[in-house]
Design a protein around this ligand. Structure first.
Ligand code: C2E
Ligand code: MG
Ligand code: MG
Ligand code: MG
Length: 289
């Protein structure tokens, strides 16, 4: 069975490889059509102030309404979108859709809702990013300070000098900038300070075992302390339990996202959460003082 024994590895594996290439091409074609037909939807995950329990905004998370495969998560298509650069029009659709939604919430009397949007390194390198963001904000007559753009450490490290310039221009526009998935890359927060971030999001991988693993707890608390010294707001990602919530809260983490409060939900459900100004009960902490 092993190709090794015959020395004809490529012959044995060619059909499999061929199938994989055909599958990828098909996905790529489907993704192109998806862009044309706007087969995407956004989910909104609430962001909570850990001290007041108040809902303070949301992160927009994309899904692909695939004609044959149902609702696809980003892990099923973002990489392909980046490799084909289709992430540029897809990302523009996300920015436009978020701005339209923010304008709709304003018009409905709900108010200005801060929303964070994820950007890929491919978008960051693309010359049109600044114009795409500025045009969408202007078209919907929005105050830029309610739009936050999230970039991962690895995204800004692809071309650090170009990223620095682009991020400064975006900042001048008045949008906020967040460093996403902090702790998963190779650079230090001190180095990353050269980029004009407002917010640091501590990656879920440090939050998951925060109450059991002393190293994860040490990394998270050190990151919070350092971020605060650098005047950055700290958001914890992937908070699922009251134990994680309490630990982060007593270690001065500012905000959080996670299933402990809510998963990412459709716009109507999120609107309901906004309208009822649903709050997290802070009982445990209030008794703990
Ligand atoms: P991310 O920006 O770090 O987003 C957080 C991910 O964690 C989301 O997954 C969210 O649904 C999930 N999550 C939130 N709270 C919890 C929790 O308590 N437990 C667990 N297990 N998971 C939680 P999602 O929506 O599948 O997105 C995955 C990634 O795809 C995002 O990671 C982001 O990097 C990327 N992405 C999503 N939307 C876009 C987009 O519009 N553009 C680009 N370029 N990337 C996007
Ligand atoms: Mg997911
Ligand atoms: Mg994000
Ligand atoms: Mg993240």
């Amino acid at each position: 069975k092993l190709a090794k024994s015959t020395g004809q590895r490529c012959v044995f594996h060619a059909p499999e490889l061929h199938a994989r290439i055909a599958q990828r091409l098909e996905m790529e074609n489907q993704l192109r059509i998806a862009v044309e037909r706007e087969q995407f939807v956004l989910r909104y995950q609430p962001r909570i102030n850990m001290h007041s329990g108040e809902l303070v905004g949301a992160e927009a998370l994309i899904r692909w309404q695939h004609p044959g495969r149902g609702l696809l998560e980003p892990s099923g298509f973002i990489l392909l979108a980046e490799e084909t650069h289709l992430i540029v029009p897809i990302g523009a659709w996300v920015i436009e859709t978020v701005c339209a939604q923010q304008a709709a919430w304003l018009a409905a009397g709900i108010g200005a809702v801060p929303v964070a949007v994820n950007l890929s390194s491919v978008q960051l390198a693309h010359t049109n990013l600044l114009k795409t963001v500025a045009d969408a904000l202007r078209r919907h007559n929005l105050d830029p300070k309610f739009l936050e753009l999230e970039l991962t450490e690895s995204a800004v490290m692809v071309e650090p000098d170009l990223a620095t310039r682009t991020l400064r221009s975006l900042r001048q526009l008045g949008v906020r900038l967040a460093l996403d998935d902090f702790g998963t890359g190779y650079s230090s927060l001190a180095y990353l300070r050269r980029f004009p971030f407002d917010t640091v999001k501590i990656d879920r991988s440090f939050v998951t075992h925060i109450t059991q693993n002393a190293e994860d707890a040490a990394i998270a608390t050190a990151a919070i302390a350092m971020a605060h010294r650098l005047n950055l707001t700290v958001v914890a990602e992937g908070v699922e339990t009251q134990g994680q919530f309490n630990f982060l809260r007593s270690n001065a983490c500012d905000e959080m996202q996670g299933h402990y409060f809510s998963a990412a939900v459709d716009a109507a459900t999120f609107e309901g959460q906004l309208r009822s100004s649903r709050r997290l009960p802070l009982t445990e902490n209030e008794t703990a003082g």
